[in-house]
Design a protein around this ligand. Structure first.
Ligand code: ATP
Ligand code: MG
Length: 139
């Protein structure tokens, strides 16, 4: 399914703010098919592992703290050209710079608490999907 899947997380602040249902609805209306879905809370160690690629970035520690601060919804989404399609659907990392109508523009709070994650490459989508889901949990 290379090129057809992406991994998204509804981040802790969006769950806390009661936006889970609205975000899922928008994702489905946007033509993304849910392949797998889980509601869970990452441990600090799991968040560190997920964001290992960012370990040298100045925001890494804060990001790990934030992402393990409450439950998230992790989902595999299917669509043609999924990575690019979903990244343009969610908008820029900083919600203030995100295009109107995108998920981050609508539901993001700031550059860290930006409502959702989206994989940045086919390779990382496969790694991130395997981080959360076994083959038996995908439909
Ligand atoms: P994501 O990987 O969550 O889809 P992204 O690809 O748009 O977001 P990355 O550069 O991969 O952005 O950063 C990962 C996450 O780290 C961001 O979504 C955000 O939560 C946080 N982050 C990025 N830049 C900053 C920053 N300058 N200050 C604080 N947090 C940041
Ligand atoms: Mg990223």
């Amino acid at each position: 399914m290379a090129g057809k899947i992406t991994l998204t997380m509804i981040k802790p602040e969006a769950v806390r703010n009661g936006n889970t249902g609205k975000i899922l609805d928008k994702i489905i209306e946007g033509g993304f098919r849910i392949v797998a879905m889980k509601y869970l809370k990452l441990t600090r160690a799991q968040a560190e592992q997920f964001y290992f690629v960012h370990r040298e970035r100045p925001f890494y520690k804060d990001l790990v703290e934030f992402m393990s601060s409450g439950p998230i919804v992790a989902t595999i989404l299917h669509k043609d050209n999924a990575i690019e399609a979903y990244r343009s659907f969610i908008g820029s990392t900083n919600p203030k710079e995100a295009a109107p109508g995108t998920i981050r523009a609508l539901y993001g709070t700031n550059i860290q608490e930006n409502a959702v994650h989206g994989s940045d490459s086919d390779e990382n989508a496969i790694i991130e999907a395997a981080f959360f889901f076994s083959a038996l949990e995908r439909f």
